[in-house]
Design a protein around this ligand. Structure first.
Ligand code: SF4
Length: 64
């Protein structure tokens, strides 16, 4: 599954980091950074949770 983030949409809340810290980080301004754009197994569930929790709808998880 492919992970992407729209950094223009991100409002720096950090929910994504809390649920999937191995996939998402924040830069010095608090804007999301995707650390790995391919996920599988249990990571998919955590990334899906991050997608659901993002208040800005900035994250997406799609089929390769
Ligand atoms: S949860 Fe959404 S708004 Fe918050 S840091 Fe992550 S991408 Fe940005």
């Amino acid at each position: 599954m492919k992970v992407s983030a729209d950094r223009e949409q991100c409002i720096q809340v950090g929910n994504c980091m809390l649920v999937a810290g191995e996939v998402f980080d924040q830069d010095a301004d608090g804007i999301v950074v995707v650390l790995t754009d391919e996920v599988s197994g249990e990571q998919v569930d955590r990334v899906q949770e991050a997608v659901n929790l993002c208040p800005a709808a900035a994250l997406s998880l799609t089929e390769d």
